[in-house]
Ligand binder design. Structure first.
Ligand code: CA
Ligand code: CA
Length: 143
């Protein structure tokens, strides 16, 4: 392609839009390449705009294990239901292993042998106790 010598290279001049991640010079103009999480502005084509992943479809635009999607600039995060926590590596909710924690704090005091489930946990009980695992937090019931 012939480039006219009168073309201004906005990329070299640093006159391109500050939200243009990688400036690509074109004759009489310029466009941008955008980082993950951004789309090229369809109107100006000269800046990158945040994608609102949460506006899209669960499992497609944001993780299927993201309970409540919250848009952020360049990405998104999640709010998780009770018994779940945010994965430190990617925006999704993962089960809390209550049994890794402290008896009486992270799981019931009257839970003899904690077994992690998703969500919550169940309990195995010592002889003479009944197991109540009808809720997300299991417990042992004595007579
Ligand atoms: Ca976003
Ligand atoms: Ca659990």
């Amino acid at each position: 392609m012939h480039i006219d010598f009168s073309d201004i290279n906005e990329c070299e001049d640093n006159t391109h839009h500050k939200d243009c991640h990688t400036c690509v010079n074109a004759e009489g103009s310029y466009t941008c390449e955008c980082r993950d999480g951004y789309d090229l502005d369809p109107i100006t084509k000269q800046r990158c705009i945040d994608i609102d992943e949460c506006y899209g479809t669960k499992g497609t635009h944001y993780h299927r294990d993201c309970h409540k999607c919250i848009n952020t600039i360049g990405s998104y995060t999640c709010e998780c239901d009770e018994y779940y926590k945010l994965d430190p590596n990617e925006p999704k909710c993962i089960d809390v292993n209550e049994c890794d924690g402290e008896r009486g704090v992270d799981f019931n005091e009257d839970c003899h042998h904690c077994q992690n489930t998703s969500p919550g946990y169940t309990c195995r009980c010592n002889a003479g106790y009944d197991e109540d695992n009808t809720h997300n937090e299991g417990k042992c019931i004595g007579e």
